[in-house]
Design a protein around this ligand. Structure first.
Ligand SMILES: [Zn+2]
Length: 221
């Protein structure tokens, strides 16, 4: 018999509390407690009071992370808002991962951990090689450049247009990028990985990219 979502969630919560005994379930959709970052030798590098809200569309929605100890300045550059709501990932990745489904345990292991490691390095001014994740329009551009392994916004715009209009090349046709090789050997796999974002997101993102291109042309002599 297939497991119900409730059963999956209950199991997920048990596994989460086992891995993170400093967290507690304080309401049926809320975990609270301490989150500790340790180095390889087990020495504590940082401790934060956190709250995690289990989403109503679990597991197809990202949990929310709140930093409650106010150890992180409420500053947009620190990826946190004035209520302590943390921004752990850019919206397009959240959308893709949500559709695949995300457990609370995985959310903490990957996103919460990475978020606080990043904050500790920021506090220590250890910026060398520190990964930045951009917000809003800059985040959108960064996302497509990385996901499609392309730098040219014109080509990215072309791919988005093809996604919106269902005019992607056939597998044996030439790719939309200037590689000169067949689509199936070039961008097919990368494009497949972002397909689940859906038309509405592509339309919104294409607008951002076209606006950016317009502004670049204005700056050029
Ligand atoms: Zn290509």
């Amino acid at each position: 018999m297939a497991k119900t979502i409730k059963q999956v969630l209950d199991k997920d919560i048990v596994a989460t509390l086992e891995s993170y005994p400093e967290l507690q379930l304080i309401a049926n959709n809320k975990l609270n407690g301490k989150f500790t970052i340790k180095d390889n030798e087990g020495v504590i590098q940082g401790e934060f009071d956190i709250g995690i809200i289990i989403p109503s569309k679990y597991p197809n929605e990202f949990p929310k992370l709140y930093e409650l100890s106010k150890k992180i300045p409420r500053d947009i550059d620190r990826h946190i808002d004035k209520n302590g709501l943390a921004c752990v990932e850019i919206e397009q990745n959240i959308s893709i991962e949500s559709k695949k489904g995300i457990t609370i345990k995985h959310f903490i292991e990957k996103y919460v951990h990475r978020y606080f490691c990043w904050q500790l390095r920021y506090d220590a001014k250890d910026f060398e090689g520190l990964e930045e994740w951009a917000h809003y329009d800059k985040g959108t551009i960064q996302f497509y450049k990385e996901k499609l392994a392309l730098d040219d916004l014109n080509i990215i715009a072309l791919i988005l247009k093809s996604l919106i209009e269902n005019t992607l090349p056939g597998r044996n046709e030439m790719c939309l990028c200037p590689s000169g090789i067949k689509y199936k050997l070039c961008h097919e796999r990368l494009v497949d990985e972002i397909q689940t974002l859906g038309k509405m997101q592509f339309e919104k993102d294409l607008k951002v990219i076209l606006d950016t291109l317009k502004n670049i042309h204005v700056i050029l002599p």
